[in-house]
Design a protein around this ligand. Structure first.
Ligand code: FMN
Length: 362
């Protein structure tokens, strides 16, 4: 482990998790290069939804909610960074404490509830980096008190189409009451139709069809997955992100397990990978999928790709392993590609779908 990683954890773990998160953002804002950015290797480059990713490892949504440090994240070695979730109006989110470390389980429970500074702030920051290289996605959501949540997503697409490499429709946070109901067939059909209409209107103005991904929960039945797959294909979305945090507490033993909220980290790996493989089977080989949930090593990143992921994201793994994690994973992926004579890391995609997809969604 890198010296910075060895130091980061005891320092940050001395604070409560939300304060530690704020401190880590402040540290990255200074622009000091705490870690080497990792290797560049053409075998890791992947082209997905018309975007050229230098490597397949991305920072998941929720870390840089207000688009303050996307370039610092890219400098840590991430191949892409997803900002957000952002909602049209700023909102406080739920009362603190609302993030809990389950150190024994290498997991986190959060019930933040879309705390963020709103569209205008994020837009101002992203506008400043317009024209810079690096893939920066924007994850959009709905305000808790919104009278028309679907309209909030439409506004998100309208606001960020010109400054985002891609957009993520997040209807899978468990911490905004009723939000996950937008995954139900009828709601989803209307939402995706409205969102894609705005995307296409914007394309005429900005001369570019910004790719739109849908981020789903891991807590879905086989029938719900089949419905979502059909809607996503029918409405012409550009990809899926599988998955958000889970309401399940399977495989966790730390005292904080009884806290309300979404669980992330190592105990989420299995379930999110099963859902990913099932989705790959349902949508076929052409639709891009980003695999998220419990990735904490090169091996777990590779397994997401074998189960059907084109790209991989992580968040909680970095809380426990430190800011050197992305660069370490990327250099191990490069070594793996070299050692196995691959021309591209994408060659391993789908090589292990069946054992994952056949498992029940217990
Ligand atoms: C503290 C925290 C905040 C999060 N906030 C968001 C968010 O705003 N939007 C979102 O789509 N996902 C959010 N997530 C979910 C992550 O993007 C990711 O889907 C999930 O944590 C599983 O990945 P991991 O096990 O690597 O953390 C959050 C996760 C954590 C731990």
């Amino acid at each position: 482990m890198h010296i910075i990683d060895r130091l980061t954890r005891p320092v940050l773990f001395a604070f409560d998790p939300e304060r530690a998160h704020e401190l880590s953002i402040a540290a990255l804002k200074t622009g000091i290069p705490f870690c080497s950015g990792g290797v560049q290797n053409s075998k890791l480059a992947v082209s997905v939804a018309g975007l050229n990713f230098p490597n397949p490892i991305g920072m998941a949504a929720g870390y840089d909610k207000n688009a303050e440090i996307p370039d610092a994240l890219l400098n840590l070695g991430f191949g892409f960074a997803e900002c957000g979730t952002v909602t049209p109006k700023p909102q406080e989110g739920n009362p603190r404490p609302r993030i809990f470390r389950l150190t024994r389980d290498r997991a986190v429970i959060n019930r933040l509830g879309f705390n963020n500074e709103g569209h205008a702030q994020a837009l101002a920051r992203l506008s400043l980096r317009k024209g810079k290289s690096g893939i920066v996605g924007v994850n959009i959501g709905a305000n808790r008190d919104s009278s028309d949540r679907m309209a909030d997503y439409e506004e998100g697409v309208r606001t960020f189409a010109a400054v985002a490499s891609y957009l993520t429709i997040n209807i899978s946070s468990p911490n905004t009451t009723g939000l996950r109901g937008l995954q139900d067939r009828e709601n989803l059909s209307e939402l995706l139709q409205r969102v894609m209409r705005v995307r296409n209107e914007q394309a005429a103005l900005i001369k570019r069809k910004v790719p739109v991904f849908l981020k789903i929960a891991p807590d879905l039945s086989e029938e719900a997955l089949a419905d979502i797959a059909q809607e996503v294909l029918e409405k012409g979305l550009d990809g899926l992100i599988v998955s958000n945090t889970t309401l399940s507490r399977e495989g966790v033993s730390a005292p904080a397990a009884s806290e309300t909220g979404g669980l992330s980290g190592e105990p989420l790996f299995e379930r999110s990978t099963i859902v990913l493989a099932k989705m790959r089977r349902l949508v076929g080989p052409a639709l891009p999928i980003i695999g998220v949930g419990g990735v904490h090593s090169a091996e777990t990143a590779l397994e997401k790709m074998r189960a059907g992921a084109d790209l991989v994201q992580l968040y909680t793994g970095m809380v426990f392993a430190g800011p050197g994690l992305p660069a370490r994973i990327v250099s191990r992926l490069a070594a793996y590609a070299e050692a196995n004579g691959l021309n591209s890391i994408a060659e391993i995609r789908d090589s292990n779908i069946k054992p994952w997809a056949d498992r029940p969604l217990a």
